[in-house]
Design a protein around this ligand. Sequence first.
Ligand code: HEC
Length: 315
Amino acid sequence: MKKFFPVYVRVPVLFAIFFMAVEFCIDSGDRPAFIKYPMVSVILLLFLFVLIAMEMVLKATNNILNTLLTEEQRKQKEIEENQPFTESAFYKGIMQKLTRSRKMEEEGELMMDHDYDGIKELDNVLPPWWVYLFYACIAFAFIYLIKFHVLGHDDQKAEYEKEMAEAKIAVEEYKKTAPDLMDKEKVTLLTDGASLAAGKAIFETNCVACHRADGGGGIGPNLTDDHWILGGGIKNVFNTIMEGGRDGKGMVSWKPIIKPSDIQKVASYVLSLQGTNPKDGKAAEGDVWKDDSAPASDAAAKPADSAKVATVALK
Ligand code: HEC
C-alpha cells in the first residue's frame, strides 16, 4: 500500500479531498469559501500542517521501531518492503489492451532509422486509451453538431431566455394572488372605465348593504356628497376602506377581505359618485373636505407643462 500511495501522493490527495469537502459544504456564493472567509483559509492551512506533522511523526516512529529490531528482523522487513508490486493478471491484461505497450526487449524492432546525434526514436503505436478517447470526442462533436446546429435544440442562451420568460410568467401569476404593494402613500385615483367597473362590482358585493347601491347611504353615511367624516380624497377614502371607520360605528377594515389594489378601485369608484345626488340620500355628515395638499387648478397644469418643456429641450 505504501508503495502505491507514497507520501507525496497521500498528503496532496487528502488535502484536496478536505478542500473540496469544505468548498462543497460552505455556501459562499460566487466566490470560493477560502477567499470569502479568511477563517477557512486558516483552517485549511492548519489541516495541511497537521497532515505533514502526522507524516513526520509516522516516519520518526517507524525509524525508532526499526532501531529496536534485531538484525535479522530488519533484513526480513527490508526484503518484504522491496518486493516488487505484483499486479494481477486481470490488471495486466487491461493495461496491455489500453496501452499496447511493447516489452523493453522488443524495442529493437520498434526503433526508427533516424539517429539524431545519438537520439533515437521508437515507433510506438498510439495508445488505444488515447485513440478511443479521440474517437469519443469525434462522436461527441457529431452528436453536438446535429443536436444544436441541425435540429436546433436549445443552447444555453435559448435555455436562459426560456427560463427567464417562464419566470416572468410565474411572477405575473404570483402577483395576481399575492397581497399587492398598494398603500396609502402610493394610492392614486383611477379614472379608467375598466377599473371603475371593477370597483363598482366590488362595491355592489360588499358595500351596498350599508351605503346603498347608489351610495346614498343607510347604515353608513352618504358617499356622494362633499362631506366626509373621515376625510375625502383618494388617500383618505382608501385608508378608511383599508382600516375601517371609527370604533363601534360599523365600518370594518376591509383589507383582510379585499386586496389593496381592489380597494384602490372601489375607492376610485366611490369618488366617482361625488355629486351624483341620489334620491333620498342620507343627510350629509362630517365636514366639507378640501384637499390642501393638491395644488390649485392652474398650478396643477404646470408640472405637465414643464415636463413638456423638458422633453422639447431634450430634443
Ligand atoms: C356594515 C355596514 C357597512 C358596510 C358593509 C360598509 N360600510 Fe362603509 N361605512 C359604514 C359606516 C357605519 C361608516 C361611518 C364610519 C364612521 O363614522 O367612522 C362608513 C364609512 C365609510 C366611508 C367614509 C365616509 C366618510 O364620510 O368619511 C367610506 C369611504 C366607506 N364607508 C366605504 C365603504 C366601502 C367601499 C365599503 C365596501 C367595501 C363599505 N364602506 C362597506 C358602514 C359600512
